[in-house]
Write a protein of this length. Sequence first.
Length: 55
Amino acid sequence: MSGQVRGGLSLGGGRRCSRLARLRDTKDREGATLTFRPAAWQSFVNLAKEIGTVG
């Protein structure tokens, strides 16, 4: 799974990391990557849906 998130962030995953969600800034490809376990990522997604768009 991979996709662009508004604001230049990218969510990606491949076969080797299919159990993790990895998030990075597409404008800084050499920068850090945040890695989330499925339960933590799902909690974030649920909260984001609840809160909705900010700004």
